[in-house]
Design a binder for this molecule. Sequence first.
Ligand code: 13P
Length: 255
Amino acid sequence: MKLIIAANWKMHKTGSEAKEFCLELLQKEDDFRGVEVLICPPFTALTAAAGVLKDSSVKLGAQNFYPGEQGAFTGEISAAMLKEAGVEYVIIGHSERRHLMGEEDSLVARKIAAAYENGLKPILCIGEKESERDEGVTEKVLEKQLSKALEKLEPEQVKSLVIAYEPVWAIGTGKAASAEDAASAAGFIFSHLDRHFGHESAAGVRIQYGGSVKAENIGSFISLEHIHGALVGGASLEAGSFGDLIRAAGKAVAS
Ligand code: 13P
């Protein structure tokens, strides 16, 4: 299964900064063989990034979208707008949207269904907060987020899904999950998918780990049975260190 390493830039980089980053990253493209690489800039930098990436193997993702075709949705962006800008993937239900912007499971489910309807590939983010981990309810939280988000989907759709397991306490803290914790969460996600959508669909899903991933620790996640990539925040903001991280992931899978 091909690894998928995605850069989530969050609210960082203007169009010109994105262009500069992409030009630098592409100088190392030969090192990315065997890894699907994806950049998710803010909306305003998508077109600039797309212009540089268009003839390359590096793909473009968006960080969010609204599940309506068009209309009175001030401040929102549709799937058609993203596709015209060259977007292939879209991050849905990131913890910052859930916990800072109040995005509920029901909206996440609508976005996942709308992404499939409109030909965008969703990256569904799930993960527990620190207090939930301390209470020992991690699996209960993941179960709820997964079952709500996927309730409108058919097994055939689930098969091509990317799911990012991002424990909230590991995001931007420098305190990545242990390989044991990541393995246990990814195993739980796999068995949930297996139970609800069948083995073939579960086996097609790529599960990413996200939360303080860097070149130095990516190998410990990538080598786990059910983890096939990473969603990277801070360490994706410089082309040099992001390139090192991709190379390290490729090496870990080859060894
Ligand atoms: P960091 O890699 O900065 O911890 O962010 C992770 C993340 O939220 C990616 O979506």
